[in-house]
Design a protein around this ligand. Structure first.
Ligand SMILES: [Zn+2]
Length: 297
């Protein structure tokens, strides 16, 4: 790709099959290192042509504090950090969603090829673009925050199970509004997660790790005990072994922060763990063998 800056306001780019195309630099484009861009895209929006350049963001220097953070990505809380922060990706408001439906309805009822139909569809597209913009903005801000505050950033390796986990809940305790949540959130947020991971890697090269975390949501971040029953509900985690109580998403993110090896399993000595869960450990005859319940997905 060849791009040249002509002056403070104007630049030109060689478009294949088209030759040099001049364009005016946007406020952001004026400061950007355009030659660093690998690709660009030309689009026609709202009666104007746009040339958008994909510039990889500059790496942000590590704070050097040795801080490690784990991130649990979920549907209910977009990103739960192991430091207790809960970051939520903004979505469309209920009102905006209603507007989308309204314009979709109008478009459907308008006669084919009419300007009313086109206008209604344009409104729908505008609202959807707003959501995309919000998500992108959030990813930029969040990735900058992560790269700036932590030396090592650990993401849970994503799979479909984890993506849908929070909305679905468990068989015993299904999540609320499962259908709406699953439909609304999964698709839009899945894109946000990917972008967040990518941007963080670009801003903190070599400082991002993926943690294969099959039981992050079921493992106690205090003692390492893995049991399905510890997950009391969508929001609460109460360890049946040591009684550790925590927000479920935060607990998972602490497990992610612990990294590859995770937290060591609890020792079998009686009394380990301090606060004893009365129900499960009242009959403390002998050290019981570690029981690990592995759920069959
Ligand atoms: Zn525990």
């Amino acid at each position: 790709m060849v791009v040249q800056k002509l002056n403070r306001r104007w630049a030109q780019v060689k478009v294949p099959g088209c030759g040099w195309v001049r364009f005016r630099l946007s406020a952001k484009g004026k400061g950007a290192r355009l030659p660093a861009a690998k690709t660009f895209r030309v689009s026609y929006r709202n009666g104007q042509w746009h040339a958008a350049f994909a510039v990889v963001p500059e790496p942000i220097p590590a704070p050097g504090t040795g801080g490690v953070v784990g991130i649990d990505r979920g549907v209910r809380i977009t990103a739960a950090l192991s430091d207790g922060r809960k970051l939520n990706c903004p979505q469309l408001t209920v009102k905006e969603r209603a507007q989308i439906r309204k314009h979709q309805r109008r478009a459907a009822h308008a006669p084919k090829g009419s300007s009313r139909k086109a206008a209604a569809y344009a409104k729908v597209a505008g609202l959807k673009a707003r959501e995309v913009n919000r998500r992108k903005d959030w990813c930029e801000k969040t990735s900058t925050l992560l790269a700036r505050t932590y030396d090592v950033i650990r993401f849970e390796k994503l799979n479909i199970k984890n993506m849908t986990r929070s909305a679905k809940g468990t068989v015993e305790q299904p999540g609320r509004n499962v259908r709406q949540k699953a439909g609304l959130n999964r698709g839009t947020l899945a894109q946000g997660w990917g972008l967040l991971r990518r941007r963080t890697e670009q801003k903190a090269p070599g400082r991002v790790e993926d943690v294969p975390a099959p039981f992050t949501s079921l493992r106690c971040s205090a003692c390492g005990w893995i049991e399905k029953k510890s997950r009391k509900s969508q929001a609460d985690f109460v360890c049946v072994f040591c009684g550790f109580t925590c927000n479920a998403d935060e607990n998972a993110s602490i497990n992610v922060a612990a990294g590859q090896g995770g937290i060591p399993r609890p020792r079998q000595t009686a009394g380990a763990g301090g606060v004893t869960a009365a129900s499960s450990r009242s009959s403390a005859r002998e050290p019981q063998p570690i029981r690990v319940e592995i759920p069959l997905f």
